[in-house]
Write a protein that binds this ligand. Structure first.
Ligand code: NI
Length: 406
């Protein structure tokens, strides 16, 4: 797709030297990434990863604040002159799965793997801290480095906000990057407006009355009622949701019954609901509850509907995304920048930060040059480490753009 903003065909000299400086950190960045990759930790408590980050930042002119409730790290870099604050973020946690990449630096922790590239996020942000510290004299303002645990379902960003991440000096701009094989190595992709979906969990239990499978009239069979709900949810999505503000309701698990000749008492449904606007999120959650209760009532069954609220919609500020696309184009050339036509339906807890601070989240392509491009969360997920300097340079270039360091 052609970029919709004014394309620049040549990277500027300043940007060329920034990319060179970032490339100069390639070996260190790879080493740090691999060290984290070997020792993945899951959730909000990542003591070893936190220690690694603290060691990697040691010696830089930063004020360091480790988290109180979690193993987060907040580091601030004060520029030579006063000015706005820019927040740069890296999430640090791994996933509960067993790695099957055969890499020499594969996970040494059974049942844990950096399969979402958060190891690279940490290494790139450390690299950015080094380059920005070296440019401190040119900075008018402050950089807040946010090293966050618990992105994979633990609301780690929200915990950091509750701990006062933004309180001392509310940032004027927030930026984060996510690595993945969706895009070619070194491509930066984002868009104004919604970038990623909300992700809520749906749990339903239909309660009828059990009995002999040959005498359904003496029972209240919950299975056809549960099936009717699954169908009715799809009608809800196609008939009640604006096609240009989409939603997904997936029932991914149905559980009922024990054997062929017993009608069970209950049937349970488990699924996920994705939307790309908070208004549609609200109306779909309300609609699913209404439909489930209505279908159950129509058949005289009881139903319990429960939602476990996941992350909000990740919404890029329109000016913020435009800024990131412009900075990326100046840094990398238009052919390495992709203005995404649509959001993706994954979810991300940087959404909590973007609810409070204007800014943008973006994707960094880390697809291997050859071989299969296993997606994030795959046990075979691979990262093209040659893309890491691009991510470092993006963090720095965005910060310099806001703090007037050029
Ligand atoms: Ni991730």
């Amino acid at each position: 797709m052609a970029p919709w903003y004014p394309p620049l065909t040549m990277a500027t000299t300043t940007h060329a030297s920034l990319l060179d400086d970032a490339r100069g950190l390639l070996d260190d960045t790879i080493q740090l990434r691999r060290r984290i990759h070997r020792h993945p930790e899951i959730g909000l408590e990542l003591p070893r990863t936190q220690q690694t980050v603290l060691e990697a930042l040691d010696g830089l002119p930063l004020k360091i604040r480790p988290g109180q409730k979690t193993t987060s790290v907040v580091a601030t870099l004060d520029g030579a002159r006063p000015g706005p604050t820019v927040l740069l973020r890296a999430d640090m946690d791994a996933l509960p799965l067993t790695e099957d990449t055969g890499l020499p630096f594969a996970s040494e922790v059974p049942g844990a793997m950096h399969a979402c590239g958060h190891d690279t996020h940490v290494a790139m942000l450390v690299g950015a801290a080094r380059l920005l510290a070296a440019r401190r004299e040119r900075l008018a303002g402050r950089v807040l480095f946010m090293f966050q645990p618990g992105e994979e379902g633990y609301h780690g960003a929200r915990v950091m906000l509750e701990e006062g991440l933004l309180d001392a000096e509310p940032p004027a701009f927030a930026f984060g990057l996510h690595a993945g094989a969706r895009y070619a190595s070194g491509v930066v992709a984002t868009r104004p407006g919604p970038l990623m979906a909300s992700g809520d969990t749906l749990k339903i239990v239909v309660r009828g009355q059990g009995g002999h499978a040959s005498a359904p009239h003496d029972c209240l069979d919950p299975i056809p009622i549960a099936c009717e709900m699954v169908q009715a949810f799809q009608t809800l999505v196609t008939r009640r949701v604006n096609a240009f503000d989409p939603a997904i309701v997936t029932v991914a698990k149905i559980e009922a019954g024990t054997t062929r000749n017993v009608i069970p008492e209950t049937a349970s449904l488990l699924g996920t609901i994705r939307t790309v606007s908070e208004s549609t999120r609200t109306s779909v959650l309300e609609g699913v509850k209404r439909v489930a209760e209505g279908v159950a009532a129509a058949h005289g069954a009881q139903v319990g509907v429960e939602f476990v609220r996941g992350y909000p919609v990740t919404v890029n500020d329109a000016d913020g995304a435009t800024r990131v696309l412009r900075v990326a184009t100046a840094l990398l050339g238009a052919e390495r920048v992709y203005a995404m036509p649509t959001p993706v339906m994954g979810s991300e807890d940087f959404s909590y930060v973007l609810q409070r601070v204007p800014g943008a989240f973006a994707f960094l392509g880390t697809r291997p040059e050859s071989g299969p491009a296993y997606p994030n969360h795959s046990n075979r997920m691979l990262v093209n480490e040659a893309a890491l300097p691009t991510g470092i340079a993006m963090h720095v270039a965005v910060a310099l753009d806001v703090l007037g360091g050029h």
